[in-house]
Write a new protein. Sequence first.
Length: 139
Amino acid sequence: MTHDAANARPTPTLYARIGGEEGLRRLTRRFYALMDALPEAAACRAVHPPSLEGSEQKFFEFLSGWLGGPQLFVERRGPPMLRRRHLVAPIGEAEIAGWLLCFRRAVAETVADDEVPAAILPQIEALAHHMRNRASGED
């Protein structure tokens, strides 16, 4: 190991760069507040239960591990298997568009590190589209 490598600081996780538990909680709370409020997110909101509290908690737990923090979701609920868990909800283009709008805005409003959006949004967008279980034009 070179002297430089031995003195190098570990790269902070995205979880740490968002602000750890507090920052992630801010993000997920804002995400669901936006989903509840934005008309553009109505289709996405409609596939959620009346109270978003449980959904927010699960999303917080999932993102914690996904961003390099504690693996809360896996510890409490087992492997994510996200597509399988979402088969009960019809997810088409309108639901995906609303979900992504809320996520992008929540990140923009709550994450101070300007490099974080570029690091996570492409993966989040791919994940959102992977959740599709309804073809375009299906009702």
